[in-house]
Design a protein around this ligand. Sequence first.
Ligand code: NDP
Length: 248
Amino acid sequence: MDRWHNRVAVISGASSGIGAACARLLVAAGLQVVGLARRTDRLEQLRQSLPAEQRPRFHQHKCDVSQELQVDNAFEWIEKELGGIDVLINNAGIVLGGQLIDMPNKDISNILQTNLMGSIYCTKLAAGSMRRRQVAGHLIFVNSTAGVAGYKPDPADESLNAYTPSKFALTAVQEICRQELITQGLKIKTTSINPGWVATEIVPDETKARLGEVILQADDVAQAVLYALSTPPHTQVEQITLRAVGEY
Ligand code: NDP
């Protein structure tokens, strides 16, 4: 991880769960981390919870990634304050209940706008920053097993409606970015991390109760992100699928 020392990592959705766990690990590994989220109180709580000597490496900015202008403003702020972006972790995501065929279109739009368009807005600006400065950066997508298999783990689960299409599309975004970056002669890596169930706020309590101990922790996913970042400059981990042992 030495080559990332003091380099700038932007994490969308850093106010809880996997994003917060990634922020903790990357700050501890010596990176400058910018956490983006809507809940600034939770970003501040995260900052306060860091060891005092690491705290100056955590920066926060209020940003709703579904709003293009807010993403533009956040990335402009990062360029000005920290000089550019070396790592992007596209992690912000939402789940809304209901079945796709019955859901209000505004809920479907909200899911796609956050999970897909939010990641696209951030990816374009981060890749632009890396290209402008000719840095060998890394674009990471916190995707899902739902984004590669489109499965419905339980007939009673009504949360995968538009979530699955949003994550499937992210798989395509990562692959197309990988190809475009090569054609542009850029040494920017892309990685998708595809977790199964993780014990975070996005998962309903009934689902957590049903899964019992067969569930990942946010830190397990953050460790996979760290692994993807730690491979030698000439190797690229493209997909990591991570499930708790015993998860169907
Ligand atoms: P959390 O609910 O704990 O975290 C979601 C994060 O996304 C929060 O920090 C939230 O911040 C942020 N977020 C949501 N909407 C927006 C928005 N419009 N703008 C900015 N930030 C936003 O759940 P997880 O940590 O589990 O989720 C992180 C990612 O992991 C998601 O993409 C999710 O799809 C994915 N994932 C989760 C799995 C699980 O079982 N938990 C399994 C597979 C993938 P705030 O509300 O403050 O804006």
